[in-house]
Ligand binder design. Structure first.
Ligand SMILES: *[C@@H]1O[C@H](CO)[C@@H](O)[C@H](O)[C@H]1NC(C)=O
Ligand SMILES: *[C@@H]1O[C@H](CO)[C@@H](O)[C@H](O)[C@H]1NC(C)=O
Length: 508
């Protein structure tokens, strides 16, 4: 803001003491102070403008993390970017004509072509059950703010975001991008809605709370009522070099075909970062012995691998083992989908957290359950079982891969659409734009993105609206879900029993 001004003082015609000279002085003085005030105000304004890249946002107090540093050359260019991206990047015209989900239900021919959504979509009803009786009130949303990093309000297909706290890395940018793409995919079909989001790992809304608040995040667990929403990595994760989900899946599947089952190493493999405050990953380090435990555990060194262009961490090159281990990180881990995609038999160490799609997995059907309490022997048992029953193991591996293939981006968007739609039906109020919220459009979001982020965002962009209708949401069926949960528990107990039997035989 290098605004300089030069005052041209007219040649004197009158004496220095004359009133007109005085007047000029006063004018000049007030002009200078006004400009100074303006510059000061602009700086002040910029310092208060929160952005989805994380400018002027504090880390969430409930999960503190290092502040992001911005690479902008100077304070001025940063200020300029903040102003430009925040206020001058969205077109004024793009108003979408509302076309509700019901509106063309008359065309029954198209309706019948609509496929049923996968079974795990039933969890949407269950996740929203705590508000089935009371509905979602303004008060609920207000209370949810205490644990929210940002608020998403959709009005007539336009997206408004109110920012409260920063999110780790580029989570916020990619999550909001995902919602923007949903609006592109199903124009006019996303209802008006007011949702609070947190972007940190662990669920926070205790199931025992008397008035639970509706809070969206990436995972939940049995003890909590947080509502799972697809995580940012489906659109890409620039800090770990992960591309949009469908690109990654395609490459991993291709990589998995490079060697036949017989030629894959008959061991269990894990590669990742154990230093994420994850007790189970620390335990896993102890199972690193091919002969003793049938496992190979590798440490991912992000800094080293970033230097080598991530060649060593390419997921498509990590499908050479018959068994792949999944271990949770600090909470759920985005790695699950890539591990399952290999077509190896996935050994899932019984997880504590669940994301929106992992609830559809079935033990011994599309993965093998491993005990977290008896870790190394349980891995060893799975490996021995698989090597003794290679065609069964291969089938479980292939089903895991097919399951991930069924979680296409189409299904991810359908899940978002149905979740948002069902949630909006519970709203007891008409959503409004919060006064501090700003409109976000593709232009304003891309404006904030670094080059690497922009590449990923562009690649995951939905350019044309969907020609297909979204899949059809199955009805709420609490009993059916309950039966599935019990059946899963029983299968896992059976595997534990098989392990125990063998230990007994071995020690006899
Ligand atoms: C939930 O709240 C109850 C009662 O306040 C407490 O005993 C329990 O530890 C909490 N659970 C979690 C997971 O925070
Ligand atoms: C596991 O063992 C292999 C081979 O012995 C070794 O290269 C690797 O570094 C070990 N992993 C860890 C995490 O220590």
């Amino acid at each position: 803001m290098g605004l300089r001004l030069r005052l041209r003082i007219p040649p004197h015609k009158s004496s220095p003491r004359s009133p007109s000279y005085l007047l000029l002085c006063v004018l000049a003085l007030s002009f200078f102070s006004f400009t100074a005030l303006l510059l000061y105000k602009v700086d002040d304004f910029v310092a208060q403008t929160k952005t989805l890249a994380g400018h002027n946002l504090e880390p969430t107090p409930w999960h503190v993390f290092p502040r992001k540093s911005f690479s902008e050359a100077s304070k001025h260019s940063q200020a300029y970017r903040i102003l430009q991206c925040s206020y001058f990047s969205c077109p004024y015209n793009a108003v979408v004509q509302p076309k509700s989900l019901q509106s063309d239900s008359g065309s029954s021919r198209r309706r019948t072509q609509q496929s049923q959504c996968p079974d795990f979509f039933r969890w949407i009803h269950r996740d929203l059950e705590p508000w089935a009786e009371t509905g979602v009130t303004k008060e609920h949303v207000k209370r949810a703010k205490a644990n929210a990093a940002f608020r998403v309000v959709i009005l007539s297909g336009k997206l408004y975001v109110d920012l409260y706290y920063a999110c780790v890395q580029s989570r916020m940018m990619f999550t909001i991008w995902g919602i923007l793409q949903l609006l592109n995919k199903y124009p006019g079909m996303v209802p008006d809605v007011d949702m609070m989001f947190d972007c940190m790992d662990k669920p926070i809304i205790n199931r025992t709370e008397s008035i639970p608040t509706p809070l969206f995040r990436y995972c939940t667990n049995e003890a909590h009522l947080d509502i799972p929403f697809p995580d940012w990595s489906f659109w890409g994760w620039s800090e770990t070099n992960l591309r949009p989900w469908e690109e990654e899946f395609g490459d991993i599947k291709q990589g998995s075909r490079r060697s036949s089952w017989d030629n894959k190493q008959p061991r269990a493999y894990w590669k990742g970062n154990p230093d994420v405050v994850s007790p189970i990953r620390m335990e896993l380090m102890k199972c690193n012995h091919s002969r003793l435990w049938g496992a190979q555990i590798m440490r991912q060194n992000w800094e080293e691998e970033a230097k080598g262009g991530f060649e060593q961490s390419k997921l498509a090159n990590q499908c050479n083992h018959r068994y792949k281990i999944y271990a949770e990180g600090y909470a759920w881990s985005v790695s699950l989908k890539y591990i399952l995609s290999c077509g190896s038999m996935t050994l899932i160490i019984s997880p504590e957290y669940e994301d929106f799609f992992s609830r559809g997995l079935l033990p011994r059907e599309n993965y093998w359950p491993v005990s977290p309490t008896d870790l190394c022997p349980s891995i060893k048992y799975a490996v021995d079982w698989g090597n003794a029953n290679p065609s069964d193991a291969e089938r479980i591996g292939k089903r895991g891969q097919s399951y991930m293939e069924s979680i296409s981006m189409n299904r991810v968007y359908d899940y978002m659409l149905h979740l948002i739609t069902e949630y909006s039906k519970l709203q007891k109020f008409k959503p409004e734009k919060p006064s501090s919220a700003k409109e976000v459009c593709a232009g304003s979001l891309l404006c904030f993105a670094e080059q690497k982020e922009r590449d990923l965002l562009e690649r995951s962009r939905v350019v044309v609206p969907s020609l297909d209708r979204p899949c059809q949401l199955p009805d709420a069926d609490r009993n059916r879900l309950e039966r599935l949960i019990q059946q899963k528990k029983k299968t896992i107990e059976n595997v534990r029993y098989m392990e125990m039997k063998r230990t007994e035989r071995g020690s006899r």
